[in-house]
Design a protein around this ligand. Structure first.
Ligand code: NAD
Length: 271
């Protein structure tokens, strides 16, 4: 059994992860971590989740959680994840990162930890989205720059970062397909007198509201036709199942930073 610690255990994804790990016959939950001062600290995980006691206290002691785990699954915040990446690598514990909203510096710090530790990082852990990433790259490569690419994403009202990590993955894939750097062509959240669309730009738009779990459209708009690639997530368990799959998969891998394309074995159709 692979021993798993969940970071941010009271969160939307944290609680879903606990349920998915409980259903697994290949993994066991050994620790539940929350931020210092959170009102779940010291309580019993089972009871806090509205069920019977299960003997797993919610802790803010990361080092103790790392000491008993093979892997830690982390859907929290960028600052927490960056600090944890170095600690997990040092402790020899694999780190599955679902957190989004990283800066370039954060991504570099995680890559540094991936030189000695095992990391799987993905802005989206679902099979469908990772397939969509691959398709987006192919379609962008096949169509010329006279097809305008726009990425539209919708999430629940609590989401704090925009564009979503998934939208950025899709934007990266489209830019790769066209052989350009996303940073040179990204046009994020237009407002005001923006002027006509610049040829070759990749536009990003974020809808926030209600209980959307996550929807992404990649629009290729040409003259006389549009192609729309769409993914709709209708159950958060999808991401938790992907994270668990990554946690099991990475056990047999050497140190390095991997993506869900690696975990799902669809790297071969990258372009
Ligand atoms: P959330 O706010 O419900 O949960 C985050 C949890 O982290 C909270 O319970 C918070 O208290 C906890 N936390 C904060 N600091 C901590 C610390 N120092 N130690 C331990 N826990 C700490 O958010 P959410 O909706 O679960 O999303 C979390 C992240 O995951 C976001 O970045 C979101 O975009 C991302 N996400 C990614 C995927 C994916 O497939 N990669 C899917 C869904 C969400």
């Amino acid at each position: 059994m692979v021993r798993i610690a969940v970071m941010g255990a009271s969160g939307r994804m944290g609680q879903m992860l606990v349920r998915i790990i409980d259903d697994s016959d290949q993994a066991t939950l050994v620790a539940a971590v929350e931020r210092a001062g959170h009102d779940w600290i010291g309580g019993d995980l089972g009871q806090k989740m509205g069920g019977p006691p299960r003997g797993i206290p919610i802790t803010d002691q990361i080092d103790e959680a790392l000491a008993v785990s093979d892997v830690i699954i982390d859907f929290t915040t960028p600052a927490v994840t960056v600090a944890l990446a170095a600690k997990a690598a040092h402790a020899g514990v694999a780190h599955i990162i679902g957190t989004t909203g990283f800066t370039e510096a954060d991504i570099a710090a995680i890559a540094e930890a991936g030189k000695t530790g095992k990391i799987v990082r993905a802005g989206n852990m679902s099979l469908g989205v990772n397939l969509l990433v691959s398709l987006t790259r192919q379609v962008a490569a096949a169509l010329g720059a006279d097809y305008d690419i726009e990425i539209v994403e919708s999430h629940h009202r609590h989401k704090v970062d925009a564009p979503s990590g998934t939208a950025l993955m899709l934007g990266e894939a489209a830019a790769q397909g066209r052989g350009v750097a996303l940073s040179d062509v990204a046009d994020r959240g237009r407002d005001g007198i923006t002027g006509a669309r610049k040829a070759g730009d990749i536009g990003f738009h974020a809808i926030r509201g209600g209980d959307y779990i996550g929807e992404h459209d990649v629009v290729f708009a040409g003259d006389g036709e549009r192609i729309v690639l769409r993914h709709v997530a209708s159950d958060r368990a999808l991401f938790a199942r992907g994270a668990l799959r990554a946690a099991l998969w990475v056990q047999a891998m050497p140190a390095g930073e991997y993506s869900m394309l690696d975990v799902l074995g669809i790297s071969a159709i990258k372009n």
